[in-house]
Design a protein around this ligand. Structure first.
Ligand code: F0G
Length: 481
């Protein structure tokens, strides 16, 4: 990837693609936005897309497809069993991950479900760099639990560590001493989602693998966010700067035993899959696919999506393609920092993460600072972010609120979707909100589901702060949306 420098010396994350198809979107009046967030119980998951201007909820299944992906979809081979589309996908996956077997599943959490069912038994402990919500839920559903052993920088929101996602090797060795037989596998998550899309170094993957081998335990890689992680290995890990993305990807794959991915992220489509060499584990997994997913040559995916993912994975091995997300995220983070807004640093993949704890120090964890910020941001901009704080946690065993150590609002950057002016608009509104942060107040539960409560739960404001926020916005912006 060549750097693009402007006359004043600054670097520009220039898009190496052009727009061929567009979707019309609308910025609704602020009165409607206030109404919509109230209807949604201050949970941005519950908003209707028609009320959203910039959807930064997630990058999952909403990345822009390429013309080559769209073209491939027309060639899909409709067949329940033995579809050519599956074999094309299998070939594409094997080229990057170099494992003997590939099993399809309808999305990432389906892989987690199947892997947990086959590998976890009651009382097991899975050491990992960090959990993802669905991963932890599936491990616990099978009677196991997780042990998070990230490096010391992982939870520091302000840092210059290039690989905050890396696992602490000494803690892993200790975990084997403490839990030995109870460890069925070790899990590494590329582009570690919940700490702000932070990468693992390839060096760390190798070291983790060496410890796993010593104990005869497989190393599992969640490769859902591997595309960003590959970009960071190439740009931040000196040893790999001259290697191609494919070479780096192959080397990552050679240093893990089981790989699974959400193709809603990795591959820019909608699906997922598991890759491995172990015959016995493969046999067990294969038996479950027709029961839970669909026949073993589609695993719940449409043939069209399989074609799109096959091409999407191939295109992921291109720096022009995988640099776009991290480039835009860094631009957004840098501009917000200039405006004094607290964001997670260094800028990672996946999205720009606002540090809601520092943004709203006057709101305590039990009153959901991240959810309050996500709600306020939607009201004043139509930008939909995602709460990643206490609301995304679970209650403690004694029933008390499971207050999160970090409160983030994730502004996901679906790949190749937004233009620079849209990003500039979001930056402007966030900077305004920061200046007016004292108006923002807390929230409390109105409806609280038991499992993964952030998806469907509803919250209500503690007082009339949302109305006051609207008033201030109208004062400052007059007739502007
Ligand atoms: N692992 C990671 C690291 C993920 O980020 C996700 C999904 C999954 C597994 C589950 O995959 O959605 O295809 O079932 N992350 C989405 C997100 C939901 O918005 O970050 P899935």
């Amino acid at each position: 990837m060549n750097k693009i420098r402007m006359t004043n010396g600054s670097e520009l994350p220039l898009e190496m693609h052009k727009v061929k198809i567009v979707q019309k979107i609308a910025l609704k009046p602020i009165e409607r936005r206030l109404e919509a967030i109230k209807e949604a119980g201050n949970n941005t998951f519950m908003l209707n897309n028609r009320d959203i201007f910039l959807d930064m909820l997630t990058d999952s299944g909403v990345n822009a497809m390429s013309d080559r992906q769209q073209a491939a979809m027309l060639l899909a081979d409709d067949s329940y069993a033995g579809s050519e589309s599956f074999y094309r996908l299998e070939a594409s996956v094997k080229k990057v991950f170099e494992k003997k077997y590939f099993l399809p599943a309808h999305q990432g959490r389906a892989c987690e479900h199947l892997l947990s069912r086959v590998l976890i038994k009651q009382g097991d402990i899975v050491p990992m760099n960090f959990h993802f919500t669905t991963t932890r839920a599936h491990i616990r559903l099978q009677g196991g639990d997780i042990l998070e052993i990230p490096n010391d920088e992982a939870l520091k929101l302000k840092s210059v560590h290039p690989f905050k996602g890396s696992l602490d090797i000494d803690k892993l060795k200790q975990a084997f001493k403490d839990h030995g037989e109870r460890i069925p596998f070790v899990r590494l998550e590329a582009g570690t989602n919940l700490i702000g899309g932070q990468p693992i170094s390839l060096q760390n993957i190798k070291e983790t693998h060496a410890v796993c081998k010593q104990h005869g335990v497989p190393l599992m890689l969640d490769a859902s966010l591997l595309q960003d992680n590959l970009f960071f290995i190439k740009t931040r890990e000196a040893e790999y700067k001259d290697k191609s993305v494919l070479e780096i990807c192959n080397e990552v794959a050679r240093n893990v035993d089981i790989i699974y991915f959400s193709a809603r992220k990795f591959g820019n489509g909608r699906g997922g899959g598991i890759c491995l060499n172990d015959d016995a584990v493969y046999e067990k997994l294969r038996e479950l696919i027709p029961l839970f997913e669909g026949y073993v040559t589609y695993g719940g995916m449409s043939v069209k999506e399989m074609e799109a993912i096959a091409v999407g994975i191939e295109e992921t091995m291109d720096m022009d393609m995988i640099s776009q997300g991290p480039g835009f995220i860094k631009y957004m983070a840098d501009e917000l920092i200039k405006a004094g807004v607290p964001v997670v640093t260094p800028a990672g993949g996946l999205g720009c993460h606002l540090d809601a704890g520092s943004f709203l120090p006057h709101i305590k964890g039990e009153e959901f600072p991240a959810a309050s910020l996500a709600s306020a941001l939607y009201i004043i901009s139509g930008v939909r972010g995602m709460e990643r704080g206490t609301m995304s946690e679970e209650r403690n065993a004694d029933g008390s609120e499971g207050v999160s150590a970090i409160e983030l609002v994730r502004l996901a950057m679906p790949r190749r979707v937004f233009t620079m002016s849209q990003i500039n608009f979001a930056i402007d509104r966030i900077a305004w909100l920061f200046k007016n942060r004292d108006i923002i107040g807390g929230l409390r539960w109105k409806e609280e589901p038991k499992i993964l409560r952030f998806f469907n739960g509803k919250l209500e404001p503690l007082n009339d702060w949302q109305e006051r926020l609207v008033q201030k916005f109208k004062q400052d912006f007059e007739d502007s949306l």
